[in-house]
Design a binder for this molecule. Structure first.
Ligand code: CP
Length: 314
């Protein structure tokens, strides 16, 4: 079993309920991973994913081995048939097979480079490890998706939702750097599995991949979208059509209390890290409706559920 995308969840409802029960008794399965190890391979920075996945592994008795490829590993080549006479020292073909001998599960973080849409869409790093590794692979944020984050978000929504069909709004907000689409993509895919009134709001030109958004409602007027919302989930992403470019830094899209006042006393969600007073004001982020710290807490139980399922399948 791999956990590469939201599509690997067979029943979101059952997974969320199981994660909530794990949260109540996190050490219940503390021997499940005994004498096994998980390799956590980071091609990019992380705080939550790195520590929560390690914590989840430790709760299952699984030994985490962490490697930062960005500054410690050999630079990897992913193209087949390349003459490797430039900067890349090792091919993923050998690396994946070698790591599979040391680790029973491999988890990978490799962001979109936002330079070549086709390459990013092909999830070069994740898919090549999947191709050459002989152990299960977990996506800790690839170029296209962040399914561990979306699973944690689903857990948080379930914990705080009080309605059969809440209104959930995914809102774009400005950011000084061009960011990938992975968090927004997986959130959209996860919401499409929920009983909810789901709305995406962003300036024109920031449409996500239509193959992911499918029939999800898009409202270009942020204030209109916020009306009667029960949850506001905020994230920046760069343009998908004008791939990887920033086409607006409109500060009017920042989330402030005035906009939150349009909602049905909505909870505020963000995956973190977040830039204060760029994406969201201090007042909203520090307010009693902000769920960001609990979302980060739920990253442990999302990861623990996924690792438990993989260990039980082996
Ligand atoms: N939300 C999230 O994935 O956080 P990190 O980038 O710190 O891991």
């Amino acid at each position: 079993m791999n956990y590469l995308s939201i599509n690997d969840i067979d029943s979101l409802h059952d997974w969320v309920q199981e994660a909530i029960s794990i949260k109540k008794d996190p050490l219940k399965y503390h021997t499940l991973g005994k004498d096994k190890s998980i390799g956590l391979l980071f091609f990019n920075s992380s705080l939550r994913t790195r520590l929560s996945t390690q914590k989840a592994a430790l709760n299952l008795g699984l030994n985490p081995i962490v490697m930062n490829f960005s500054n410690e590993g050999w630079a990897l080549e992913f193209e087949d048939g390349t003459i490797m006479d430039q900067g890349k020292s090792e091919h993923v073909k050998e690396a994946a097979q070698v790591i599979s001998q040391y680790c029973d599960i491999i988890a990978i973080r490799a962001f979109a480079l936002l330079e070549d849409k086709e390459k990013d869409q092909a999830e070069e790093v994740l898919q090549n490890f999947k191709k050459y590794a002989s152990v299960p692979i977990v996506n800790m944020e690839s170029s296209v998706g962040h399914p561990l984050q979306a699973l944690a978000d689903a857990i948080t929504l379930a914990e705080y939702n009080q309605k059969k069909s809440p209104k959930v709004v995914l809102s774009w907000a400005p950011h000084p750097k061009a960011l990938p689409h992975a968090v927004a993509n997986s959130f959209v895919e996860m919401m499409q599995l929920q009983d909810a009134e789901f709305v995406i709001t962003h300036p024109k030109g920031y449409e996500l991949d239509p193959e992911i958004t499918k029939n999800s409602k898009i409202e270009y007027n942020q204030e209109e979208a916020f009306k009667n919302a029960d949850f506001i989930y905020v994230k920046n992403w760069s343009s998908f059509s004008d791939y990887g470019h920033i086409i607006s830094k409109d500060k009017n899209w920042m989330i402030d209390q005035q906009k939150m006042n349009l909602t049905n006393n909505a909870k505020f969600m963000h995956c973190l890290p977040v830039r204060r007073n760029v994406i969201v004001t201090d007042e909203v982020l520090d307010g009693e409706n902000s769920l960001v710290i609990e979302q980060a807490n739920n990253r442990t139980y999302a990861a623990q559920l996924v690792l438990k399922k993989i260990l039980e399948n082996e």
